[in-house]
Design a protein around this ligand. Structure first.
Ligand code: FES
Length: 57
């Protein structure tokens, strides 16, 4: 999510995978490539591997 606290934009993570919280570090791109719509994915603490996958209700 883009926010503009001044004339320069900053990006806040909304996927939960960033290693630089609360800022986006680009980790969402991996999820976007590997995840299917309608599924909920749980990642390990390093946010590198999916440890659980289930239907999103
Ligand atoms: S939105 Fe989470 S890393 Fe970019």
């Amino acid at each position: 999510m883009e926010i503009k606290p001044s004339d320069k934009s900053v990006w806040v993570c909304q996927c939960g995978l960033s290693q630089d919280m609360p800022m986006c570090d680009g980790s969402h791109s991996k999820a976007r490539k590997n995840e299917q719509e309608g599924k909920l994915y749980v990642y390990d603490k390093a946010c590198q591997d999916v440890v659980e996958e289930k239907d999103d209700v």
